[in-house]
Design a protein around this ligand. Structure first.
Ligand code: OOB
Length: 555
């Protein structure tokens, strides 16, 4: 085993002492760590089925909690053998396969910190994660990411950082299934208020922001989410969204289900066909969807009349659900809608299962905790009158106080995204009803929400501006009936010069995740400006929305 040469976990902006004491006194924060969570639930529910799905080799897998404990133990040993030590950061870039759960639980056992990447991330993103967190390893299970590792390693090395080792779990063979072939690890454990893992922020800046979550804060949100969503040992949650996202991870997600002794059913792809077959076969009770998928399920269910009789609740979140689609979910899918408005930084809102229909269909829910502090403010950070629209700021027992920024904890986004009092600036515009339910009305962050995936506009713009023929570039989100928003890249080039027709290809070649690639590119000779002479995104969006509206809509 090679010894780690990695830097220790950096200090992070944590909650003030008084808040921490209060959250403990109120019982929100307990002393359970993730290693204990894994050991406790796997023992308590040993004979229940924990995980159903395909493995890295495409084989059907059905693990009990006892099997999962063994698989996690084996995964921990395998990762340790690759040179990962307690406290090391590990990029996990796995698809929705059974080993995802084993690897994450194994890293918790080992006391290493998963960084929850997506299998769609490419060298731009993966390099940033490795550089920011000084990652010791990158865990993959697909050819494309295994091949990409060499490119990432070069880029990381160029920045003077030791590259991550590649851990391709396909090379582990059957060891996770059969519980042999790897030595046991001595659990190192991390304290409940230490960073347990790093989630990714959707981001409004070109550089990745890593979100430090602790067992104390996260497990509180997991326990409450499981209770609010009514999860029990009988629950079977279908995971169709990428498992690493905060929503399918914990709202109520994989961890909510495993907390309560239920069953996680991993869908290898998000198509209604695959999902409906799994729902019928596994008697799925719950599913978490982004609005475009909810819409796709509704139209597919109308055509096919699948057996969805086991479905109880469908959680929809990640982007705004149109009231019209919300109204169809109950009647067509035969399940109760539950809207979820959350963020990987913390705050999660749910409509409650016993809320009146009016609230379920038209709001994005209310906070998990009575101690989630909600401020709705104007542009000077002054509270707006009750019921008025404003910018949402929040602070509470599971909302971070700052991003993970080794070497610069007080700078950059931690100055811009948090108030001096520790409130997180969500960048969302909301209004609050007298019931406490929030309605999301818009956004004041430079971000595009494409089918629930968040894209920082300046990341795309920065890469496009490197093109010699591009004078200026702005990425805007345009309304899209299916995606919610599509990405339109608007470009200004030297007049009289040929317009580059390969901008999207260049972005892909630069190694940007495919979900961030523009859906269309438009050329303009001049950009509308704000009164201080900056490009006006709002006017550009209006202009393009009008220009691009299909002919039959233009009446
Ligand atoms: C979830 O988390 P993130 O970190 O990918 O994105 C957070 C942002 C929010 O700030 C908001 O802009 C948007 O996504 N959002 C919604 C929404 N849910 C999230 N906007 C409108 N309506 C909704 N229901 O997306 C996330 C994390 C946990 C649970 C659910 C979603």
């Amino acid at each position: 085993m090679t010894e780690t040469t990695r830097s220790p976990v950096a200090a992070f902006p944590t909650w003030p002492e008084e808040a921490r004491r209060r959250y403990r006194e109120l019982g929100y924060w307990t002393d359970e760590t993730f290693a204990e969570f894994v050991a406790d639930r796997c023992a308590r529910f040993a004979d229940n089925v924990a995980v159903v799905g395909l493995d890295a080799h495409g084989r059907e897998t059905r693990w009990t909690y006892a099997d999962l404990a063994v698989a996690a133990e084996q995964a921990a040993a395998r990762v340790a053998t690759a040179g990962v030590a307690p406290g090391d950061r590990v990029v996990v870039a796995l698809p929705n396969i059974a080993e995802f759960v084993a690897v994450v639980f194994g890293l918790f056992r080992l006391g290493a910190l998963p960084i929850f990447a997506l299998p769609t991330h490419r060298e731009v993103e993966l390099t940033q994660f490795c550089v920011t967190a000084d990652a010791a390893a990158m865990v993959v299970a697909t050819d494309d990411l295994a091949e990409l590792h060499a490119v990432v390693a070069d880029r990381v090395r160029e920045q003077g950082i030791e590259p991550p080792v590649l851990v391709d779990i396909r090379g582990w063979g059957d060891s996770l299934r059969h519980g042999h072939g790897a030595p046991r690890v001595r659990p190192a454990g991390r304290a409940e208020e230490d960073i347990a893992f790093l989630q990714l922020s959707g981001g409004t800046t070109g550089t990745a922001k890593l979100i430090p979550r602790t067992a104390a804060d996260y497990l509180y949100s997991v326990r409450e989410s499981a209770a609010i969503c009514g999860l029990t040992e009988e629950s079977a949650l279908l995971v169709v969204l990428p498992a690493a996202h905060n929503f399918p991870m914990s709202s109520p997600g994989i961890l909510g289900v495993l907390h309560g002794g239920g069953r996680v059913v991993l869908a290898p792809d998000p198509s209604p066909r695959t999902a409906f077959a799994l729902i019928a076969r596994e008697r799925v009770t719950d599913a978490s969807l982004v609005p475009p998928l909810a819409q796709a399920w509704v139209s597919a269910a109308r055509r096919r009349t699948p057996d969805l009789s086991s479905l109880r609740t469908i959680q929809v979140g990640g982007s705004k659900l149109a009231d019209s689609v919300a109204a169809e979910i109950g009647p067509v899918l035969g399940a109760r809608l539950q809207q979820v408005f959350g963020m990987a930084e913390g705050l999660v809102n749910y409509t409650r299962l016993d809320d009146p229909d009016e609230l379920v269909l038209t709001t994005q829910g209310r906070p998990i905790s009575p101690d989630d502090e909600i401020l709705i403010v104007d542009e000077d950070d002054n509270p707006v009158p009750d019921g008025a629209e404003g910018s949402l700021l929040t602070r509470g027992p599971y909302t971070i106080r700052g991003y993970y920024r080794p070497g610069d904890p007080g700078g950059g986004p931690n100055r811009d995204s948090f108030t001096a009092d520790g409130f997180y600036r969500t960048g969302d515009r909301v209004r609050r009803l007298p019931t406490g339910h929030l309605v999301v009305t818009g956004r004041d962050k430079d971000q595009i929400n494409r089918a629930g995936e968040k894209v920082a506009t300046d990341e795309i713009e920065g890469l496009v501006l490197a093109h010699p023929d591009v004078l200026d570039a702005v990425a805007v989100g345009l309304p899209d009936p299916y995606l919610g928003e599509s990405i339109c890249l608007v470009v200004r080039t030297e007049p009289g010069r040929p317009r580059p027709d390969d901008l999207v290809d260049r972005l892909a070649a630069a190694g940007l995740a495919s979900y961030k690639l523009p859906d269309r590119v438009e050329f303009l000779d001049a950009f509308p400006e704000t009164h201080v002479g900056k490009n006006s995104r709002r006017e550009l969006r209006q202009l393009l929305t009008q220009q691009l509206r299909p002919a039959d809509d233009q009446r």
